[in-house]
Design a protein around this ligand. Structure first.
Ligand code: ADP
Ligand code: ZN
Ligand code: ZN
Length: 662
């Protein structure tokens, strides 16, 4: 018998399985997942055992030297998962394998990590807060889910219901059922620090037998949680996307809340989507998947329409509470104020009643930029070809990508004119305007600038929930999870900034954002109101969001996707070629394009200069592959990367099923 070994070094040349013989004294001990020392060339290298075979590929097989870890750091099933990841997302096998290893394993390579040691089996999980009596709709959903759990059927459900329709209660009772069957559950949320209320509800229901994997854990804490999971002590795992790799015993259920969120896609290799990983795991472990949302991604809803996912609908809010009315303000007929007359009036009424308001701006594709009036050029980052944003706090211009900072130039770097002007809307400008009109109002500004300290999301939420501020001004982040009874007004200052982006999902993102923000108003006994300001009131994403009408939006959007052959009607792979020298990058992009075209013909779009042509000093070109058969596209990419010689300083980034094309 021979061992299949992957070396612990990331490189295209050696990212493959090597065969080694097993010396007699190791035969009894060696297992899949063990770190081992092996001779490689003239050196001794560290590797991982990923399998065993009867026959070796080569004649002169060398012996494994020794076992280097006390316990295996992954299982056979996890090897299969890593193989699938590497293949599906065109990444290195080793990089994929690292995702399933205990946190910090790569830093400890060669040392003796104590993982999966014997711990006493956990006590039965005690329910501390009793479940609610389900509504008929919840009952129907739960019946289907429980049956699939009972039969260990790898069924995938779309739990489709507006905010407040009782989805979380369904998750809780589904998890309880999985537990009662002796199974574990993984519950994924877009970002754990933005969903404190959901975490609290799980803790209240299931006590301390939950492992919460959030990004603020130290490596030591992460390893401890990992171990609690691996030993079976923690049977419910709550976390962001990477929690999908938690080494649970007896996986029975995976819940993905707000499955449309872009944070479920990993932004470095392997660029996996947690939803796809969940799908693979479901097949591997006969587990059930629940995707929950009020505004599912177009791809997911399409799959539900096609019957690939089972659709479970919660059409009504608990208590039949109405969704707040939405008023659209056409900003083309407004003056120079950022806040329309209507929004100012509503704000006045809200403040007079002692209630609270949220003002939201969409930061996606939006910059407060500085421009030269004489030559019309925006002032750009010297290293990235994007406009710098202006921050009145520090009187500086700032690059949102690379953090370049400088004082506002007094003259234009191109034409030397001194007529520099400021454009765009930022949270700061809104704050100034609100402060001017309502000097008494207590304002809380919430954006990436003001929330840079660790864990201060919670502080912000708490301060606003305790009514320490009257008006909350913020970006994307205010759309998530915030549930404050006293909020009766939500104003969307600029609804259409994202619609301008060259991305086929921009309408979808806009609709989802608007619907989410609108859901923050009037969540309890006080009635709420939503005002959306826009320059494109006729756009279907805005119109349908006004009626909280997902299906009307979907009906229009799916037509566009079909006409333009975008997902779900085609599959995409994006290749980004970047490097310090413009001409070299262009040349390699052209070579790759030519090679790909031989195999894929018209399914290759580009190469073209990327939407952001230069970033952090790197020139960027893009190739987009678009076709019906993802396997075919993937195979062409793998062949191309194996054949075309790419110089060291040039990077080729492969993104299978990309979330954005920027
Ligand atoms: P969603 O996750 O869809 O936003 P939740 O599960 O949070 O909805 O439910 C909204 C509110 O209704 C919560 O306050 C929850 O406690 C309550 N709720 C949910 N299900 C029931 C039920 N069956 N009976 C009574 N109240 C419920
Ligand atoms: Zn100029
Ligand atoms: Zn920059």
């Amino acid at each position: 018998m021979f061992a299949e070994i992957i070396l612990s070094k990331v490189s295209r040349g050696i990212d493959k399985i090597f065969h080694y013989s097993i010396p007699r004294e190791l035969v009894a001990d060696i297992k899949i997942g063990h770190q081992v020392l092996v001779p490689f060339g003239r050196r001794t290298d560290l590797g991982y055992v990923v399998g065993f075979v009867e026959k070796a590929e080569v004649k002169n097989v060398k012996d494994i030297l020794s076992i280097a870890s006390e316990h295996p750091v992954f299982t056979k099933e996890q090897v299969e998962l890593a193989k699938w990841l590497a293949d599906y997302y065109c990444s290195f096998f080793l990089t994929a394998l690292r995702l399933v290893m205990p946190p910090g394993t790569s830093q400890r390579e060669g040392r003796r990590p104590k993982i999966q040691g014997q711990r006493p089996e956990a006590k039965e999980v005690k329910q501390t807060q009793s479940p609610m009596t389900p509504t008929p709709e919840q009952q129907a959903a739960l019946q289907a889910i429980k049956q699939a759990l009972d039969q260990s059927r790898p069924e995938k459900y779309l739990l489709y219901g507006v905010t407040g329709s009782g989805k979380t209660e369904v998750y809780l009772q589904a998890v309880a059922h999985a537990l009662a069957k002796g199974k574990s559950a993984i519950v994924l949320v877009p970002e754990i620090s933005l969903t404190p209320q959901l975490v609290e509800r799980f803790q209240a229901r299931f006590g301390d037998h939950i492992a919460v994997l959030h990004s603020h854990l130290t490596q030591k804490q992460r390893r401890d949680e990992w171990q609690r999971i691996a030993t079976g002590e923690a049977k419910i795992i709550l976390g962001a996307r990477s929690a999908v790799f938690a080494p649970v015993k007896n996986l029975g259920l995976i819940v993905i809340d707000e499955e449309f969120e872009t944070s479920y896609k990993q932004d470095k290799s392997p660029r996996y989507h947690a939803r796809e990983v969940a799908g693979f795991l479901a097949g591997q472990h006969q587990a059930v998947v629940i995707l929950g949302s009020a505004t599912p991604s177009v791809e997911t809803f399409y799959k539900a329409e096609q019957g690939e996912y089972q659709k479970l609908v919660l059409a009504k809010r608990i208590d039949d509470r109405p969704l707040p009315p939405v008023e659209v303000i056409d900003m083309r007929r407004q003056g120079r104020f950022l806040l329309s007359k209507e929004l100012r009036e509503e704000l006045k009424t809200t403040l007079a009643k002692g209630e609270q308001a949220i003002l939201f701006i969409n930061r996606r594709g939006f910059y407060t930029f500085v421009m030269c009036r004489a030559c019309g050029n925006p002032i750009e980052c010297p290293d990235c070809a994007i406009s710098l944003s202006y921050h009145s706090d520090s009187q500086q211009v700032l690059c949102n990508r690379c953090d370049y900072r400088a004082a506002v130039p007094s003259t234009c770097p191109r034409c030397n004119s001194s007529s520099i002007a400021y454009f765009g809307i930022g949270t700061q400008r809104i704050e100034n305007e609100v402060a001017q009109v309502f000097p008494q109002a207590r304002i809380l500004r919430y954006d990436t600038d003001s929330v840079s300290k660790r864990g201060s999301h919670e502080t912000f939420f708490a301060a606003f929930a305790e009514h320490k501020a009257d008006v909350l001004i913020g970006t994307q982040m205010v759309t998530k999870g915030l549930d404050v009874a006293n909020v009766t007004l939500v104003g969307v200052v600029s609804a259409d900034t994202a619609l301008q982006l060259p991305d086929f999902r921009s309408a979808e993102h806009t609709f989802q954002l608007l619907t989410q923000v609108a859901g923050r108003a009037g969540r309890h006994h006080l009635p709420g109101k939503v005002i959306i300001q826009t320059y494109t009131p006729e756009h279907y994403a805005i119109k349908t969001a006004t009626g909280h009408d997902y299906e009307a939006f979907y009906a229009q959007e799916i037509k566009h996707r079909q006409e333009l052959s975008y997902p779900p009607f085609a599959r995409l792979i994006s290749l980004l070629i970047s490097g310090p020298e413009a001409s070299k990058v262009e040349k390699i992009a052209a070579d790759l394009g030519q090679f790909l075209r031989k195999r894929l013909a018209k399914q290759v779009l580009g190469p073209a200069s990327a939407v952001i042509p230069r970033l952090r000093g790197q020139w960027r070109w893009q190739i987009l592959l678009k076709g019906k058969d993802l396997g075919l596209l993937r195979q062409a990419v793998q062949e191309t990367l194996a054949k075309v010689v790419v110089p060291q300083e040039i990077r080729v980034t492969v993104d299978v099923e990309p979330m954005g094309l920027l």
